[in-house]
Design a protein around this ligand. Structure first.
Ligand code: KG4
Ligand code: ZN
Length: 339
């Protein structure tokens, strides 16, 4: 069975052809990231325009690479939400037109659930019950998963983890996106050089990252006046590496601690991680150590599937369709689609 997965929830326009929920025959991604860099974050209007311009080309390229024709598609899966409404609308409208013209079923899927499913493409999911950690630029959530049922245990009350990385990087003048750069600078830095107070958050599994961002701002705000504006002094060399390492150790530590507690409380032996920040080297190594210690099976997506992609959308769509779920042409994009 051939599933086409279409993903346009933010700055990426992606289409993937997935065979029998296992084999990725193509995974084409066009990112508008470069166009956002000078603004220091994603500009929704630029993102949606890019999706609109790119979707035809990305779709055709995904079919060409998979060596199939439109008529070979059996199922169309598309991101319904959550995400930026303008971008989502492009994917959903395109998917509906395609489903109508080809006379094929369509299924709208949840972007964050799909991030977790990116772990199980071509890999057997031996146990259906697990805890899921979703860490991206827009979301940070812990979920309890049973089969294809997802129950949110907690989420961030302010900034998402990726957003905290992006904002701290911006303050340090390191550009956008901040996650990969901070991860890089943290290598070889002293993670004990600076201390950040652990946030106190009500609600067992909620997170908060806005305090650490402000703490970094205070730390670096030995400011200087430049062209009439107050800007922080540029941190460089060893000091910068130490700060990145300390920030990373703090936030990753908090996330891993809560994640382990969720596995314990839910008596679950499997942990799956997804979202852009799952590419983080320290998050991966600390999770590996902690899971080994507790005898938990850890699933982290391959680096090529950590960022937004169509393959994870196709995978979740395929699994849902096999269980008898589908959408129809009344499907609408939902920017804040709940779990
Ligand atoms: O899942 P994603 O592609 O988009 C959203 O749905 O948000 O995640 C993008 C986020 C950005 O905030 C980026 O800084 C972060 O993932 N990111 C990282 C790393 N690579 C990407 N954060 C920390 N360490 C990384 N290596
Ligand atoms: Zn995402």
């Amino acid at each position: 069975m051939i599933t086409l997965g279409i993903e346009t929830s933010c700055d990426e326009t992606a289409c993937s052809v997935l065979e029998n929920g296992k084999k990725i025959r193509s995974n084409v991604i066009s990112s508008s990231l470069a166009k956002h860099k000078r603004f220091g974050g994603i500009v929704p209007e630029i993102a949606s325009r890019h999706c609109l311009e790119a979707i035809d080309v990305v779709y055709e390229e995904s079919l060409r690479q998979a060596r199939i024709r439109p008529a070979d598609i059996d199922l169309i899966a598309v991101t319904q939400g959550p995400g930026l409404i303008g971008s989502l609308l492009v994917g959903v409208s395109f998917a509906k037109s395609l489903a109508f013209s080809l006379g094929r079923p369509i299924i709208g899927v949840h972007h964050l659930k799909a991030h977790l499913l990116s772990n199980f493409i071509g890999k057997e999911r031996k146990k259906s019950e697990m805890v899921g950690l979703i860490v991206s630029g827009g979301h940070t959530s812990l979920v309890h998963v049973k089969g294809l049922g997802f129950m949110e245990l907690g989420s961030t009350v302010d900034d998402a983890l990726g957003e905290a990385y992006d904002k701290v990087a911006k303050m340090l003048g390191l550009g956008y996106p901040g996650g990969p750069v901070i991860d890089q600078f943290a290598q070889g830095g002293d993670s004990k050089a600076y201390f950040f107070t652990k946030p106190k958050v009500d609600g067992g599994f909620d997170f908060s990252f806005s305090g650490v961002k402000t703490a970094v701002l205070h730390l670096i705000s030995g400011s200087q006046i430049h062209k009439g504006k107050t800007i922080p002094k540029r941190w460089k060399g060893k000091k910068l590496k130490d700060l990145c390492a300390s920030f990373q150790e703090a936030v990753v530590g908090w996330v891993v601690e809560k994640t382990m507690r969720a596995c314990e409380e839910k008596r679950v032996k499997v942990l799956a991680v997804g979202g852009g920040v799952s590419a983080n080297s320290r998050l991966r190594s600390l999770l590996q150590d902690e899971c080994r210690l507790r005898g938990l099976a850890l699933h982290v997506p391959p680096l090529g599937l950590t960022l937004d992609n169509g393959a994870m959308i196709a995978k979740l769509g395929y699994e849902l369709y096999r269980k008898g779920f589908s959408s129809d042409l009344s499907l609408t994009a939902q920017s804040s689609l709940p779990f």
